[in-house]
Design a protein. Structure first.
Length: 243
């Protein structure tokens, strides 16, 4: 889907003077250094400085002299622009980690009896595809569940791609047998291990794994039929196109 980029009017002479004064005082760099130390590894110092300068320009556009001195207002907008970026990166990292955890759990006891002496190339490819499908669906389930936990309903609604995938996953899951739905809910929505799910269901772990595998296969067919063949961008529209 194409995005409409809003063109901003150039700064007026008065607004430009406000920006130059704050830049000369080193406010953007000081705020950026403080946040880069607090959130090391999420956003680089250079990125924070750039975002802070953008926030400063927006502050100059929005500032009204009768609201008080410009400096406190500008500092607030500068810090806000930087924190938005930190929040986005933290969200992406959290969702990505959830996807990895979901795959690790799904593949922890993955079994395959492929034998090069008994099976041909076509069978090998079929099994590779089956494994890839399981990885894709497990990752989607993990990412979607974590995104729902990490976002407010309004924020999630802004992420069009992830929201569409979530709706398809929920519809596909509702078509599964009740026992498979329960297994997926425990493993992905509640973040339980296979052993914990087995105890809660009063079943053995083998039964949980069998239901999980069957559910992933059926969900993969459902998602493929509806055009989902790749992972969504966890940032979605949350970045506001600023990437």
């Amino acid at each position: 889907m194409s995005k409409v980029v809003a063109l901003r009017a150039p700064l007026t002479a008065a607004q430009a003077r406000c920006v130059e004064e704050i830049l000369a005082q080193g406010v953007v760099e000081r705020v950026a250094r403080a946040l880069s130390q607090q959130f090391a590894g999420l956003v680089t110092l250079d990125d924070l400085v750039q975002l802070g300068r953008e926030g400063l320009s927006e502050a100059a556009r929005a500032y009204k002299p009768d609201e008080g001195p410009f400096l406190p207002f500008a500092r607030w907008r500068i810090r806000g622009a930087m924190l938005d970026a930190v929040r986005l990166e933290a969200f992406e990292a959290r969702v990505a980690r959830a996807g990895v955890r979901a795959v690790d759990e799904a593949l922890a006891f993955y079994e395959d009896d492929f034998d090069v002496l008994r099976h041909d190339e076509d069978e090998r490819q079929r099994r590779v595809d089956q494994l890839s499908d399981a990885v894709l669906v497990a990752t989607l389930l993990g990412m979607v569940s974590e995104a729902q936990k990490a976002c407010s309903p309004d924020e999630l609604a802004e992420q069009e791609e992830l929201l569409q995938v979530r709706e398809l996953v929920e519809r596909g899951t509702s078509e599964l047998p009740a026992k498979q739905q329960r297994v997926l809910a425990l493993l992905y929505k509640e973040g339980r291990t296979q052993e914990e799910a087995a105890r809660l269901l009063g079943k053995d772990v083998t039964t949980v794994r069998r239901n999980q595998k069957a559910a992933l296969v059926r969900l993969r067919k459902w998602l493929s039929f509806h055009g989902i063949d790749m992972l969504p961008d966890p940032a979605g529209e949350l970045s506001g196109g600023r990437r």
